[in-house]
Design a protein around this ligand. Sequence first.
Ligand SMILES: *[C@@H]1O[C@H](CO)[C@@H](O)[C@H](O)[C@H]1NC(C)=O
Ligand SMILES: *[C@@H]1O[C@H](CO)[C@@H](O)[C@H](O)[C@H]1NC(C)=O
Ligand SMILES: *[C@@H]1O[C@H](CO)[C@@H](O)[C@H](O)[C@H]1NC(C)=O
Length: 468
Amino acid sequence: MKLFTSLVFLGLACAALSAPILDSSLLRTLQEKGTADILISFKNADVKNVRTRAVSQARALGGSLTAVRQSMFDALTAHADETQASALKMINKHRSSVKRVIPLWITNQISVKGATLKLVEDLALLGDISEVRIPSEGGLIEPVTYREVPESSVQAGEQWGILAIDAPAAWAQGINGSGVVIGSLDTGARISHVALRSHYRADHGWFDPIEDYLTATDYQGHGTHTIGTMLGSVNGIGVAPGAKFISCKGMDRYGDATEADFIACGQFFVCPHLPTDPRDDPRCDLAPVAVGNSWGYVGNDGFYDAVIDAWIDAGIAPVFAAGNEGTSCYTIRSPGTTAQSITVGATNNQNQMTDFSSVGPSHQNLTKPTISAPGQDIISCYINADSDTSYSSQSGTSMATPHVVGLIALLHHKKPNLTVAQVQAALIAGAQPTTPTGKTCGGIADSTYPNNHVGYGQISVPASLAAL
Ligand SMILES: *[C@@H]1O[C@H](CO)[C@@H](O)[C@H](O)[C@H]1NC(C)=O
Ligand SMILES: *[C@@H]1O[C@H](CO)[C@@H](O)[C@H](O)[C@H]1NC(C)=O
Ligand SMILES: *[C@@H]1O[C@H](CO)[C@@H](O)[C@H](O)[C@H]1NC(C)=O
């Protein structure tokens, strides 16, 4: 056995000289466990150019946003089909031994769950693969406080965060997110909860690349809580109580994920498909206007850029939590570190930044976060005791982020078909100063704007609507 194993690895090592790079932790995992989840990348992948060309062609023809998404999807899938053909053929030969294969057109990669040593060995012989490795692990941004709240003590009326950003001012104008769909990339959704049940868009509304549930569910609670803040319509918990949502469960019941699951969800939102497989009836006309991302990495900068760029071309605002690693500078999590992210810090009910909210600048010296929103002691719907009327109070930038997603739904209600640039401009134009705490990061005091603590300040619903 030992001789056999070393021969196999000698073979792999030789193949690796001419063909793909197999990382050493992959070989170790295969040796120890027999199978591994892998992410395959390709030498001739030219995602950025293919995407930009397809988008400009569709725009030059005066195409609608749907036409732009369709053009991007068609060009990138054709590109992936061509680049990935020999690898897919090889994977197909091993189909009975692998757990799941998810082709990723958005980054031109393939995610394989439960790949065997034999498959990896065969892939290593193909000349067109640039890399086979274990996808990096990530997950949700753990709330810093959590408290169950009995329904009887959830104050009727609007929660403090909803009042702090003055969402009721929009409702009074008849603007509540009606006709608008937003997305949640999180631990799933308890769609039977009273606060959410009339808001789930079931048509192409669910995908779970990590635990493979075919119907919407949430065994963790984080997803349900954040969606409640976006649009929950009970007890004044939601910013846009007229909006609908779709969900991609990129994280498992422990809140864990890998970059492959995040990418699989990223492409779901551009052209939502059936829960069974990304190739089953992708519908580029059913994309949301924004995706809430209350997850992130410490490090791993740039890994989501291709997805974020595609979202922006597709008219989907990329909203990311800053992280809960404050108060030191340079603690913003990725993908919130990326220039194109709308990165959200957390404020408290004293209109100050919280002491947990991650602080910029990014490692590239970008001023971050972009803006801030209420994130301390936020009451929203939950999953306790398998109940459809349970609530919890939580603190974190995960709770701030969905306030911004809800506001984006209101902006789109007032003015449909906004570009992401227009959305971002309206968020920034409406942002209000916070009470300074006397801190400085990246040479910028938190009394000047934008700064590395609250960005341009705390969001304001009426001010951003007025800025449209
Ligand atoms: C928004 O785009 C959709 C789809 O392209 C189109 O049907 C609709 O008329 C547009 N709405 C406005 C107000 O421009
Ligand atoms: C949202 O506003 C629409 C009108 O724009 C109205 O028909 C609907 O009842 C409102 N929904 C909620 C939950 O307030
Ligand atoms: C970082 O950016 C700020 C302005 O945003 C500038 O004042 C500072 O000099 C920059 N620092 C470095 C190391 O480039």
